[in-house]
Design a protein around this ligand. Structure first.
Ligand code: MIG
Length: 692
C-alpha cells in the first residue's frame, strides 16, 4: 500500500504518473520533524535492518551506513566518499525484523539520506527545502514494495530491440572516416556491433543540432550506408546551447525567451564545451516541445538514437564566478598571503565548476511560478530527457526511440535510459557498476549500463575482458572511453578473439534478455534483483552483493578482480552453471546449493540457471537484426517437465501487447528424454541436463 503525505508546498515533478490522494493522518513509523525550513523523516533501525534503493549512488546494494545527498552532479570520480552522482532517485526501502516499508520523497531540491551515518541505529531523510510529497510504502515483500512503487510511477522506458546491441563509443571519434574505420574493424573481424556513438566532436563548435560539414560532408549518406550494414549512429546532445548569434537554436531561444534568466532578467550565461552557453528552461512544456523538435533535423538525416549529456546541468564556470575568483586573486596580489589564504585562493578557482553559487543565480518558470534553480535542480536532466523523448515521439509516434541520459530523476525512467557516467578503468568499478543496477531498477531505470572498460584512465586488456563479461547481461552494453585515454576498442587488443566470443554470448542471449526486459517493463518488475529479494530467509544470500538475480530464472556472478582465475559463488539453491566461452562453446555443470569455488579462465564467465527452469539461446550474430531467434538451444537442469514464455515483437513498435507477443515453450521429460515445443521455434534440447 502507498500513502501520500504532503508537507509545505510540494513542487510538481511528474515523478508519479498515477496521482495518489493526500492522507491527513500522521505518517506511520517515521517521526516527522520540522526544523528551520527543512523537514526530516526519522526512523530507528534494528541492528540487522537493511536498506535498498537510492538508484545511481556509490557503495553497496544495502545502502545502510553512509550519508547520501540527492543533488545531480557532474561527478567524474566515483569514489566511496561521494554523497552524490548524476541522479536523484529518492526511494529507500527498509527490510528487517519489523517488515518491509519504504519512503519516496518527491522533491526536486536537495534531499539527504543519513542512513545510519550520524547514528548507526537511525535513518534520517531530510528535504532541505521543506516542500515535498512523501510516499510511505508498505508491502509483504521487497519485490512487492518495488512493484507498488513502480506501478504509481508508470511504465519504464523500453528501447528498440537493437538498443540491446553492442555500442562502441569514444570521446575522440571526430570524422566520418573515424566512424567508418571503427565499423570496418568490427565487421572485418566478426565482432558484433549495432551502434556507434558520436561524441561532442561531431558538432560545429559544440553547437547542439549541428554537425561539422567538413568532418561529415554527407551525414544522411553515411547513416544510410551504415544502416545497410545494420549499424546506427548515436549523436550526443549537450544541455548548454552555445551563445552565438546566427545559430538557429540560440536565435530562436532568445527570441522566444526560452533560456533561463537571472534575477535581473538577463539570460544566464555559463561556460561549458561551446564556451559561453545558455540553458533552455526544460521545466517549461513549450521549451521542451521546441527543443524536442530540434532533434528532427538529425532524425530527418536518418539518425535514430541520441544521448543527452551535461544535463545536471554541468557548468564549468559563470562570468560571475570567474569575476569573483579574479577579484579574490587581485585582492591578494602583491600581499604576503598565509597558507589558509593560499588555499582559499586556489579553491576560488577549482571550486568554480558546478558551484552552488551558480545554481542560485538563475530561475525557472514552473507552471507560471518563478523558481530559483536550486529548488528544482534535480529535475533539469529529467526534463531534458523528456524533451528529447517528446521530440522523437512527435517525429514518429509508432517507433520506439533510443535515448539515454546522464542526469535523471524518477519520472525520466518513462522517457529514456541512463548510462552510469564517468567511471574509471578501475577493477572496483566493475563491482560498482553491478551494485548500481538493482537500485536503479527499483526506481524504474531498467535500460542502463556502465562505460565498459572504464571511461577515465587507461584500461587494460584484462579489465575490458572481465567488464564485457558483465556487460553481456546489462541491457545497455556500451564500451566508452574518455579523450586522451588508451584506445579501448576490442580489436586493439591481442585477445580480441576472446572478447568477440564473449559478445557472441550477448547476441545469442538477446532473444531471452529482450524478453526478460520487456516482461520487467510491462509488469513493473526488476530485471536485476539483489539476492535478498529472492531469498529473504537465507542469511547468507541476503548479504551477498557481488552476485545478482537476473529475470526469474537466472543469477550472475562476474569476476571483478585482476589476475583472478575464478571466484567464490554462493548458490542459494541448486543451479546449473553455464560456463561460457562463446555462444557455441560452454560447459553446463549442475551445482548444489552452497558455497563453491568456480574456475574461470580469462575468457570464461558463468551464468547460473535455477534448477527446474530453462532459458533459450540462439547462435551469435554480428547485429541484432541478424539473430536467428527461430532456432534456439535450451539450457537448464531439469527433474521433470517445465514451461516458460518468450516475448518477441518487431523490436520497434510502441504498441506492446505482452499477451500477443508471448510464445509458450513447453518442455517435457519422458523416459529420460527431453522434448520441447514452441510455435515457430526449432528447439535443441540436447544440452539440457536431467536429474541428479
Ligand atoms: O565534460 O562529451 O559523461 O561520456 O564522453 C565531459 C564528452 C563531457 C561527459 C560524459 C562523457 C562524454 C564527455 N562528457
Amino acid at each position: 500500500m502507498i500513502r501520500r503525505y504532503d508537507y509545505g508546498t510540494p513542487i510538481p515533478t511528474g515523478a508519479v504518473a498515477i496521482p495518489q490522494p493526500v492522507c491527513e493522518d500522521t505518517m506511520p513509523r517515521f517521526t516527522v520533524v520540522q526544523a528551520d525550513s527543512a523537514i526530516s523523516f526519522k526512523v530507528s533501525m534494528d541492528e540487522d535492518d537493511m536498506i535498498f534503493g537510492l538508484g545511481e549512488t556509490v557503495r553497496g546494494v544495502n545502502k545502510r551506513g553512509h550519508l547520501y545527498r540527492s543533488w545531480c552532479s557532474d561527478e567524474f570520480s566515483h569514489t566511496e566518499n561521494k554523497a552524490s552522482l548524476y541522479a536523484s532517485h529518492n526511494l529507500v526501502i527498509f527490510s528487517g525484523r519489523s517488515g518491509v516499508f519504504g519512503l519516496f520523497v518527491d522533491d526536486p531540491g536537495a534531499v539527504t539520506f543519513d542512513l545510519g551515518y550520524t547514528r548507526s541505529d537511525e535513518a534520517v531523510i531530510t528535504c532541505e527545502n521543506g516542500d515535498c510529497s512523501a510516499y510511505y510504502i508498505t508491502a509483504d515483500t521487497l519485490i512487492g514494495a518495488v512493484k507498488e512503487f513502480r506501478h504509481i510511477i508508470g511504465r519504464s522506458y523500453l528501447p528498440p530491440k537493437w538498443g540491446l546491441g553492442y555500442i562502441q563509443s569514444r570521446w575522440g571519434y571526430t570524422t566520418e572516416e573515424d566512424l567508418r574505420a571503427v565499423a570496418r574493424n568490427h565487421r572485418e573481424r566478426g565482432i558484433p556491433l549495432d551502434i556507434l556513438s558520436m561524441d561532442i566532436d561531431y558538432m560545429e563548435d559544440f553547437k547542439d543540432f549541428t554537425w561539422d560539414a567538413r568532418k561529415f560532408p554527407d551525414l544522411p549518406g553515411m547513416v544510410a550506408d551504415f544502416k545497410k550494414d545494420d549499424l546506427r549512429v548515436m549523436p550526443i546532445i549537450d544541455a548548454g546551447v552555445k551563445e552565438e548569434a546566427g545559430d538557429p537554436t540560440y536565435d530562436e531561444g532568445i527570441e522566444k525567451g526560452y533560456f533561463c534568466r537571472k534575477a535581473d532578467g538577463k539570460v544566464f550565461v555559463g561556460a561549458v564545451w561551446p564556451g559561453r552557453a545558455v540553458f533552455p528552461d526544460f521545466l517549461r512544456e513549450d521549451v521542451r516541445q521546441w527543443f524536442g523538435k530540434k532533434y528532427h533535423g538529425m532524425l530527418e538525416a536518418g539518425v535514430e538514437a541520441f544521448w543527452n549529456d551535461m544535463n545536471e546541468p554541468a557548468i564549468f564556470y559563470s562570468e560571475e564566478g570567474l569575476a569573483d575568483a579574479y577579484a579574490k586573486a587581485d585582492s591578494m596580489r602583491g600581499t604576503n598571503i598565509g597558507v589558509y589564504d593560499y588555499f582559499a585562493l586556489k579553491d576560488a578557482f577549482t571550486g568554480m565548476s558546478n558551484s552552488m553559487e551558480d545554481y542560485r543565480r538563475f530561475y525557472h518558470d514552473v507552471n507560471g511560478q518563478i523558481m530559483r534553480h536550486d529548488r528544482v535542480h534535480n529535475l533539469y536532466g529529467a526534463m531534458m530527457t523528456k524533451a528529447g523523448a517528446c521530440g522523437m515521439a512527435s517525429y514518429n509516434p509508432d517507433k520506439r526511440h533510443l535515448l539515454f541520459s546522464r542526469a535523471s530523476y524518477i519520472g525520466a525512467h518513462r522517457d529514456g535510459g541512463v548510462w552510469q557516467g564517468d567511471n574509471n578503468a578501475w577493477w572496483s568499478h566493475i563491482l560498482l557498476s553491478l551494485k548500481e543496477m538493482p537500485g536503479m531498477n527499483m526506481c524504474g531505470f531498467l535500460y542502463t549500463g556502465a562505460d565498459l572498460g572504464g571511461f577515465g584512465c587507461n584500461t587494460t586488456e584484462d579489465l575490458l575482458q572481465r567488464w564485457l563479461q558483465l556487460g553481456v547481461f546489462t541491457p545497455l552494453m556500451r564500451n566508452h572511453a574518455a579523450l586522451g585515454t588508451r584506445d579501448q576498442e576490442i580489436y586493439r587488443f591481442r585477445k580480441w578473439k576472446q572478447m568477440r566470443d564473449t559478445l557472441t554470448v550477448r547476441y545469442g542471449l538477446i532473444p531471452f534478455l529482450y524478453s526478460e526486459l520487456v516482461k520487467a517493463v510491462m509488469k513493473d518488475d526488476m530485471y536485476f534483483r539483489p539476492l535478498a529479494f529472492d531469498y529473504p530467509q537465507d542469511r547468507i544470500a541476503s548479504r551477498v552483493e557481488d552476485q545478482m538475480m537476473l529475470g526469474s530464472a537466472c543469477m550472475i556472478a562476474p569476476v571483478y578482480e585482476q589476475n583472478a582465475r575464478g571466484r567464490y559463488v554462493y548458490l542459494p539453491e541448486d543451479m546449473l552453471m553455464v560456463r561460457f566461452r562463446s555462444s557455441e562453446n560452454y560447459d553446463c555443470l549442475p551445482m548444489k546449493k552452497g558455497h563453491h569455488w568456480i574456475d574461470l579462465a580469462m575468457n570464461e564467465f558463468p551464468l547460473f540457471i535455477r534448477r527446474g527452469q530453462v532459458i533459450p539461446m540462439a547462435k551469435g550474430a554480428e547485429a541484432v537484426a541478424r539473430i536467428d531467434a527461430s532456432c534456439m538451444t535450451l539450457l537448464g537442469w531439469l527433474d521433470h517437465g517445465t514451461a516458460f514464455t518468450l516475448y518477441d515483437d518487431d523490436g520497434e513498435t510502441t504498441h506492446i501487447d505482452l499477451e500477443k507477443g508471448l510464445t509458450l515453450v513447453d518442455v517435457q521429460v519422458r523416459g529420460g528424454t527431453v522434448t520441447a515445443r514452441g510455435e515457430g521455434l526449432t528447439l535443441d534440447t540436447s544440452r539440457i541436463i536431467l536429474g541428479e
